[in-house]
Design a protein around this ligand. Structure first.
Ligand code: FUB
Ligand code: ZN
Length: 649
């Protein structure tokens, strides 16, 4: 679309299927519309990513689980259980959380099954579940790093159950991923096969891990069990899982190991700064939000609100990545955001999406989606290649050519997390509260929502993020009067992030226009109705066929970091819409590290294909410089890449 300043006028409700079986409400004041109710249009930006996930990423991950003995660990454990004289050496270079790769891949595949029923896939998963189930000890314990060889378990496992948990055994991490996956599998297939395995392990944990005499009073060395147990409570209605999740949070900082690395340096409600391992931290904040939503615990909310402020004001990369340093895969100090050595683990970006989504569901403000969208289109998407078969673990903002995507890793947390995240993406588009329908992400889809218990069908047509024109249509409305709340992104409102960490340096105002039913009269009140929460609201008795057009100018925007960020001092970066751009070697004859730009640099857009996928490039008008979207970097061989470019005054 042309610049718009010229044109001024106008659950985690689990899933539709699962919600019938769900016995408990999630407690958030806002209900996300489940991904099963949002059908993304094939061939579009996200349609391609979903297809790559289904056709390439998930089959690849399953094949890597076979190739790298992930399943053998389960069958070895089963052999030991059948004949205790048989023990199996734990191989060097393996991890005690290798069991989670099959779990996470099954979780992603289960989401896929809900949208694309596939008998062969369902039966493959079933066969994997036979192997997984065979490794479960009679009392429910399932942790192959010990069961294969109880006398000589993995070095990190500790000599007895739970004794190594706070250092690195990952027993509770394995439980968490198992539960997340088992609930997804149950919702997708209706089969309790995996759920029953997970329930038996969870029941054992509730019995053996806790504050009472005879229990192991430990908290997870790596969080995720907190949100998983909250999810198991939702799926089963059994409150002991919620109580266990709350114990795991409330005892953090009160057990033997106290360290920032695993956020156990102090009780969670006293924490106000994001520290330590970034994935552990983000999962913990997400778990706190889930438990707070279910219990009403205001102290948790106060703590995560403060931590979120700290992240967005001092510890967030322009890509939405978090975790600045490879040392401990951790958050750095305030404003410590190096570019070439940026860690920005893909899993941490996924965790950042989880946290911001949950804070939106608690508070209903679009600023959380501004961070979520920035993370999604940049720091998260860069973690998987466009073909779906190459992954980044760290996602640096600058490269001298030393980086290359890999088809898998010894520590495969990131690829398997991509397996489960991408298929769940449609669940982040809409949300509903009473008669308010939040339109949070812009992508072509057809959706079915429940508004005040009644059916409402919506569709979106758009080429976003390449183009800012979005057509939102009411395809059916049995709910009568309701309010559409349309998110006006921070990048449109001149607020790069909800803090002073980054600002737009070019003084440009991005035009936008919301037109309801073709009313483009200058008196149209819609644009003046931008609320403090970041939404434009339109309330009416919507009729079938009525349309809202949302038009955002898609023009390059120049960003400057807060001067306190030493790594970005004197540098500028270029964005367009939700996308952060970078200079990469194949498009530029000049050495990337010699390029300088002015804050009033002018670009025209170009089109190219990277890995067979169309992308919009930015071509400088007055100097030889072409930029591509950051997420698409390193598809054409390793070489130099840079997001932040020195400013020429
Ligand atoms: O410890 C399990 C996973 O492995 C973490 O989330 C990643 O950071 C990697 O260390
Ligand atoms: Zn990871």
């Amino acid at each position: 679309m042309k610049p718009l300043l010229t044109l001024i006028a106008a659950a985690f409700v689990l899933t539709a299927q699962a919600s019938k079986k769900q016995t408990v409400a999630h407690g958030y004041p806002i209900n996300p519309v489940p991904f099963t109710s949002v059908k993304v249009t094939p061939g579009t930006f996200w349609g391609q990513r979903l297809e790559a996930s289904r056709k390439t990423t998930i089959p690849l991950a399953f094949s890597k689980c076979e190739e790298t003995d992930r399943y053998t660990n389960f069958s070895n454990a089963a052999k030991h259980l059948a004949d205790p004289s048989k023990v199996f050496e734990i191989k060097k270079g393996t991890f005690p959380f290798d069991d989670t790769d099959p779990y996470k891949t099954i979780e992603g595949a289960s989401y896929i099954l809900q949208t694309y029923p596939d008998k062969a896939l369902a039966s493959y998963i079933d066969s994997v579940l036979n192997v997984i189930g065979s490794a479960q000890e009679p009392d429910g314990y399932l942790y192959t790093a010990r069961t294969q060889n109880p006398e000589h378990p993995h070095d990190w496992s500790g000599p007895t159950r739970w004794s190594g948990e706070e250092q690195g055994s990952h027993e509770l991490y394995n439980l968490g991923h198992m539960v997340e996956s088992a609930v997804a599998h149950y919702q997708a297939t209706g089969s309790r096969k995996f759920l029953n395995i997970a329930i038996r392990f969870a029941d054992l944990v509730c019995k053996e891990v806790g504050p009472d005499p005879g229990q192991a009073c430990v908290v997870p060395g790596h969080q995720i069990a907190e949100m998983a147990l909250a999810r198991l409570y939702l799926a089963t209605g059994d409150k002991k899982y919620l109580d266990e999740a709350k114990f795991l949070l409330d005892y953090r900082g009160k057990t033997k190991i106290k360290q920032e690395y695993s956020q156990s340096h102090k009780p969670v409600v006293e924490q106000d700064e994001a520290v330590g391992h970034a994935v552990r931290a983000a999962y913990m904040y997400a778990g706190m939000a889930d438990v707070a939503a279910l219990t009403g615990d205001q102290d948790y909310i106060k703590a995560i609100d403060a931590i979120w402020d700290n992240i967005v004001s001092k510890k967030l990369y322009i890509t939405g990545g978090i975790g600045a340093t490879s040392n401990g895969e951790a958050f750095g100090k305030n404003y410590e955001l190096p570019n070439m050595t940026a860690y920005c683990e893909t899993c941490a970006a996924i965790g950042n999406v989880y946290v911001n989504h949950r804070l939106f569901l608690l508070h209903g403000e679009s600023k959380y989606y501004d961070v979520l969208e920035r993370t999604l289109y940049n720091g998260l998407l860069s973690g998987v290649s466009l073909e779906g078969n190459g992954f980044y673990y760290p996602n640096p903002l600058e490269s001298a050519g030393q980086h290359q995507r890999q088809p898998w890793f010894g520590c495969a947390c990131c690829p398997s997390n991509i397996c489960r995240f991408i298929p769940s993406l449609p669940g982040y588009v809409y949300a509903v509260k009473d008669r308010d329908v939040y339109v949070n992400l812009f992508l072509s889809n057809k959706s079915e929502l429940k508004v005040a218990g009644k059916k409402v069908c919506l569709s979106q047509e758009t080429e976003y993020p390449w183009n800012g024109d979005i057509k939102l249509r009411i395809d059916e409305n049995k709910a009568g009067i309701f309010t559409l709340k349309i998110r006006i992104p921070g990048w449109v409102r001149g607020k790069a992030v909800p803090s002073d960490l980054y600002e737009y340096a070019d003084g440009k105002q991005i035009g936008y226009l919301v037109i309801s039913n073709g009313d483009i009269s200058p008196q149209s009140p819609l644009n003046s109705q931008l609320q403090d929460d970041g939404y434009i609201t339109i309330t009416r008795k919507w009729k079938k066929g009525e349309e809202v057009q949302i038009l955002f100018d898609m023009v390059p925007h120049i960003v400057r970091a807060n001067d306190k960020v030493e790594a970005d001092r004197g540098m500028l970066c270029v964005e367009q819409g939700p996308l952060v751009y970078c200079a990469e070697h194949p498009d530029n004859t000049k050495d990337i590290f010699d390029i300088r730009i002015k804050k009033d640099i002018r670009f025209r857009t170009g089109k190219t294909e990277i890995a067979g996928t169309p992308v919009t490039t930015l071509i400088a008008e007055d100097q030889p410089l072409t930029l591509i979207p950051y997420y698409a970097w390193c598809h054409r061989g390793s070489g130099k890449m840079r997001i932040w470019l020195p400013e020429e005054k």
